[in-house]
Design a protein around this ligand. Structure first.
Ligand code: SF4
Length: 201
């Protein structure tokens, strides 16, 4: 009975090797590609974020910045737990840092998620929850089920349970957004934490 898992592990490891060597949109990146993603065959939760920032690009460690600290608070997990690939698969919408523009980073490269996500997600046999972090992941995975505004989509979070939960991007800007949308801390975060604890138990 171990064979399907072993086969998944082999195909997952092969896929991760292939993805980490990807140069598909190298011409559009302002630096050599450095795909940053993690996944273990036992992962039950996929964190689908935006794209690595400059600090993460330099370190090669996902969510190693202030946004990652805030995300750990929201999920109520430690950094070690967040970075354990058998707990969380970390698959940004763009695996490589897309570079900067005035006022922040460029959007994730649009080629990346269509090229990689479905293949990697299919190689995770125990996956039970996708946490969609920010507008790009929400647009791809909720498509016409999302509201017109981010707040509208998040206020309807119960409609997407139990397999999907949308979140804002946990950048410094999220503090202002949270102060204007108190349901996020009062209602969404407790449900998110309960679901995460249940799946990590
Ligand atoms: S952003 Fe994605 S598609 Fe582009 S080079 Fe990096 S891994 Fe490949």
């Amino acid at each position: 009975m171990a064979e399907p898992l072993d086969r998944n592990a082999k195909s997952l490891n092969g896929l991760l090797r292939e993805a980490r060597a990807c140069t598909h949109c190298a011409q559009q990146l302002p630096h050599p590609p450095r795909p940053i993603l993690r996944a273990g065959r036992r992962a039950r939760i996929a964190l689908i974020g935006q794209a690595p920032g400059a600090r993460v690009h330099e370190s090669g460690v996902p969510w190693q910045d202030d946004s990652g600290r805030r995300l750990c608070e929201w999920l109520d997990v430690t950094r070690d737990e967040l970075l354990d690939p058998d707990r969380f698969a970390i698959l940004p919408m763009g695996f490589c840092w897309p570079g900067r523009r005035r006022g922040g980073d460029l959007p994730p490269r649009p080629e990346c998620a269509p090229l990689w996500h479905a293949r990697i997600l299919q190689a995770l046999p125990d996956l039970s929850l996708k946490v969609l972090i920010g507008q790009y992941a929400i647009a791809r995975y909720l498509d016409d089920r999302r509201g017109r505004m981010l707040a509208e989509t998040l206020a309807s979070f119960r409609d997407y349970l139990p397999h999907t939960i949308p979140l804002p991007h946990p950048s410094w800007r999220s503090r202002l957004w949270m102060s204007k949308n108190p349901f996020f801390e009062a209602e969404l975060l407790p449900v998110l934490r309960q679901r995460i604890h249940h799946l990590l138990r």
